[in-house]
Ligand binder design. Structure first.
Ligand SMILES: CC(C)(COP(=O)(O)OP(=O)(O)OC[C@H]1O[C@@H](n2cnc3c(N)ncnc32)[C@H](O)[C@@H]1OP(=O)(O)O)[C@@H](O)C(=O)NCCC(=O)NCCS
Length: 370
């Protein structure tokens, strides 16, 4: 008898029968009629938005007490007044699932209709399984696949770009893109140059194929990465280069490290250039933009970018005063704040722009969906 002789050979038909039993799902609905772009591609639109930040508020007074940085300094140099901080041990998947639930709610679809879940995060629950799988389970998105996307604060825009491409090529109908970060889990609260900046939060967008009449669609995106800047913003340990050890813990290598001044200048320059290029290649100008929603890293970075782009202050969405820098969550959280403040109407041209570790930078143009 061969060494594999103990394995029973099943007839092909019984395998088919077993698979049918495991995957006894209803047939997927046929694709809706979709509007073609020149070149035969479909259009994609945002059809739902949701955000969640933990209820616990940490004001600047905390840092006056702990690292001797005054409220006045933090407000003047960053624009931040308070941020939300999770209870210790709260996983990113918990925030992400709540944001996802809110994005789906009101769209008239069931979680089982989502094809793919993309979670942009630098604070996954763990290295594996992916936070996307944990969210898939929490939201009961039966049959959906997904993955985590690592592009730091640009991750939400990169994730939307990936989702839009899936939909434009007709491969998938519906994607849930989530930006989430529990920055408090990777922040050294004895380092005044970083700990004042960050907060926790999550935001999610449902992205679907657009129907024939819909003009409120994604228009274009530009994304870039430049690894020569890798050391300017990093969390050095816990990966294959520096696996966790007593030494990495003792040297605080599991916390965010940054060259704040270098990032400041990179952000101002690259964000402004990328936005300008994106508008130009779509024959649009800043005066066409209803709302510019930048990554909320520092109020002065946003002001400098707006200045370079000749934007009026009422064209710029700012919520850093309430949330700080929430990593991959800042763009959807800022969009949610814009909705809550009634600053967006159907058809408005929205320009999103983010910058993050890598360095990475991205810009996206879309027409608002409701
Ligand atoms: C950490 C931080 C709060 C420290 O604040 P600060 O000490 O007041 O920073 P500075 O005012 O010195 O500004 C940093 C640099 O930007 C430059 N800068 C200031 N305003 C600028 C502007 N409008 N355009 C271009 N550069 C500008 C400053 O000249 C300085 O450069 P220098 O050190 O060569 O002189 C600030 O540097 C910061 O927020 N950096 C970005 C951090 C960040 O966003 N991290 C996460 C990225 S996702």
């Amino acid at each position: 008898m061969s060494r594999l002789g103990h394995i029973r050979a099943y007839p092909a038909a019984s395998l088919v029968a077993d698979e049918t039993a495991v995957h006894a799902e209803p047939e997927p609905a046929p694709l809706p009629v979709t509007k073609s772009q020149p070149g035969g591609f479909l259009n994609a639109r945002m059809s739902g938005l949701g955000a969640y930040a933990p209820p616990e508020i940490r004001t600047n007074n905390y840092f006056e007490r702990t690292v001797n940085v005054s409220d006045e300094w933090i407000v003047r140099r960053t624009g931040i007044r308070e941020r939300r901080i999770c209870r210790p041990g709260t996983p990113s998947s918990e925030l992400a699932a709540e944001a996802g639930r809110r994005a789906i709610k009101g769209c008239g679809i069931s979680p089982a209709e989502i094809d793919v879940i993309i979670v942009a995060t630098t604070t996954p629950d763990m290295i594996f399984p992916s936070t996307a799988c944990l969210v898939q389970h929490k939201l009961e998105c039966r049959g959906a696949w997904g993955f985590d996307l690592s592009a730091a604060c640009s991750g939400f825009l990169f994730g939307m770009q990936v989702a839009v491409q899936f939909i434009k090529t007709g491969g998938l109908q519906r994607a849930l893109v989530i930006g989430v970060d529990v920055m408090s889990s990777i922040t050294d609260y004895s380092d005044p140059s970083t700990c004042i900046l960050f907060g926790d939060g999550a935001g999610a967008a449902l992205i679907e194929s657009a129907d024939e009449q819909d003009d409120c669609v994604f228009i274009d995106s530009l994304n870039e990465g430049d690894g020569s800047w890798a050391n300017s913003l990093e969390l050095p340990a816990g990966g294959s280069l520096h696996p966790a050890s007593h030494e990495t813990v003792a040297r605080k290598m599991h916390f965010v490290r940054q060259d704040g001044g270098a990032i400041f200048k990179y952000s101002v320059c690259r964000l402004a250039q990328l936005c300008q290029r994106l508008l130009e290649r779509n024959n649009l100008t800043m005066s066409d933009v209803k709302l510019f929603v930048p990554h909320q890293g520092n109020m002065r970075i946003m002001a400098a970018v707006a200045d370079r782009l000749h934007l009026r202050s009422n064209q710029v969405m700012v919520n850093i005063d309430k949330f700080g820098n929430t990593g991959a969550a800042t763009i959807p959280l800022a969009l949610q704040s814009a909705v809550d403040e009634h600053r967006l109407n159907r058809g408005d041209l929205v320009l999103l722009a983010a910058v993050g570790a890598g360095m990475t930078v991205g810009a996206t143009l879309l027409r608002w969906f409701h």
